[in-house]
Design a protein. Structure first.
Length: 219
């Protein structure tokens, strides 16, 4: 796939100023902690694949990353006046949820092929119950096409802190669990196999969410 596309501009200076201000707040208000930090790759392109229960999931994950990381976000959030501004500061990639979006796909390829990591929420939507939804196969296709490994991530407590319908987060403990990196899915898998691999990835993430560290890749 051609990657001659212009990635959204990032603003590292603004990001790091906000990060230095918000980190103490996250420590006190959310009592945030991380598990499996040794599983974070030291470099190279890879996909972070978290469960999705809160509008702050990307921020909880970014708290533990030493570098500015792009993520895919529903365009309806991207266009919000204040929240959208901070998404743009991070160089987030807007996508039209529920519909094919070739431009967003090209941008995601370009991020990985330029050597950057990328956060992609496999479910493609925020869970209304706090339990994982069924994953969409798009992340499997993206990883297979680019050869990027997938790092499964479980965010615990974010639903209790800031479910989709709340306007203000509550002070609840949040834990981010980074699983072991998974190899890229096979590139020759057909549609049915990609669907099965997506289901397996979500089962893997659900295991992390429930305190289990799966031993084998789901493909």
């Amino acid at each position: 796939m051609a990657v001659d596309v212009r990635l959204p501009e990032q603003h590292p200076a603004l990001h790091h100023v906000a990060r230095s201000v918000l980190r103490p707040f996250f420590r006190l208000y959310f009592r945030i902690r991380g598990e499996g930090l040794a599983n974070l790759p030291t470099g190279g392109p890879y996909l972070l694949a978290p469960n999705h229960v809160s509008m702050l999931d990307w921020a909880f994950i970014s708290y533990f990353l030493p570098y500015l990381v792009r993520f895919v976000v529903d365009r309806s959030f991207y266009d919000l006046p204040v929240f959208g501004f901070w998404l743009r500061v991070n160089g987030a990639i807007p996508i039209r949820a529920g519909r094919p979006d070739a431009h967003a796909l090209r941008l995601a390829h370009a991020v990985l092929e330029s050597g950057e990591p990328l956060i992609v929420f496999p479910e493609g939507a925020i869970s209304q119950t706090g339990r994982p939804l069924r994953a969409q196969p798009g992340i499997i296709s993206l990883a297979a096409a680019t050869g990027a490994p997938i790092l499964p991530v479980a965010v615990r407590g974010a639903y209790e802190a800031f479910p989709r319908w709340r306007r203000v987060p509550r002070p609840r403990a949040v834990t981010v669990v980074f699983g072991r990196p998974l190899p890229p899915p096979p590139s020759d898998a057909d549609r049915a196999a990609r669907r099965e691999h997506a289901d397996g990835l979500m089962t893997h993430i659900a295991g992390l969410l429930d305190g289990r560290q799966p031993d084998t890749a789901p493909w």
